[in-house]
Ligand binder design. Sequence first.
Ligand code: GLA
Length: 378
Amino acid sequence: MTFQQVYGYEPTVRYSAPGRVNLIGEHTDYNDGYVLPFAIDRRTVASIGQRDDRVLRVASAFDPSSVVELTLDELDPSRMHGWSAYVLGIAWALREQAGADLSDKRGFDVFIESDVPVGAGLSSSAAIECGVALAFNDLWELGLDRKTLARVGQYSENHAVGAPTGIMDQSASLLGEQDAVVFLDCRTLDTAVVDLALEANGLEVLVIDTRVEHAHATGGYKARRESCERGARILGVEALRDVSVEDLPRAEERLDDETFRRVRHIVTEDQRVLDTVRTLREDGPRAIGSLLVASHESMRDDFEISVPELDLAVATAVEHGAVGARMTGGGFGGAAIALVDREARGAIADAVTSAFAAAGYREPTVFTVHAAQGARRD
Ligand code: GLA
């Protein structure tokens, strides 16, 4: 299906936005902490036709038989269902969160296609939100900057889609740059671009999609977020970002065991992000392997968001010579990443696939990703 086949005319513009991989810094974003994601060379494309009335129509290649329609006067989360909320929610959030005046604006026909795998923890949803946010911002001439658009995307995800996620995915999708990682302070939204230099070092990032599906609107993600908020409240800080590694022994005395382990993950993970940035700058990507592995162990043992498939992917990749590996994204399924020598890529992918078969797990999908440019008009 194409835009033409759904709407019967050619689109006027196309915008695209990438999914993301997080190199390190997991669940730190909603704790006002640090993250280090990069935008990947898998994108969502939003093809758009401009209308003369106030109707927004939305269709996608995943579900071409259904075209969802709403006017700009009816924008409200209660009227947004299923995947179309990722598009319609952006128009609503531009008004609600960024204060955009849509009263004299005209609608669009939107068609979404994507090669970001869905449910793999690679932010297929943020890719839709960010492509659409950039498009609406341009076409409605709202003049909002990319950091504001990231907040709009998060607001829509939180309130229109209903997933209590942080700001990382939208920031990566909007601010990503070729061959670089985005070092983001989630409290201030200050960013620095850090050179990854993979090519120069003969390295690649492999994604190992376990195909174990997860959903962040329900379940574990929300529970982890609540544990972190409880920890911060008991420790008397605004967010866990304000707790340092040196504060942990005192925190242990004041928290129950489970809350303490959740807090310890966040506090040590923030430190690992800072250490990774420094290591990348001073010693290059080959030196970050042990930080990646320590991050995985912390998520497995303290934050308890890994699953056996992710643990097996990480252990097998490291045993077969990966520089480092860890699960990436929200957890409870999805993908792991492994930093590997270009020549070792095939052997490591085969070893992981065989290990999955031997364990009786579903065959994983393994592919290489490159750090790519963020959302843009194509
Ligand atoms: C999901 C959320 C992000 C972040 C990660 C975990 O991807 O959307 O905001 O919390 O999980 O780091």
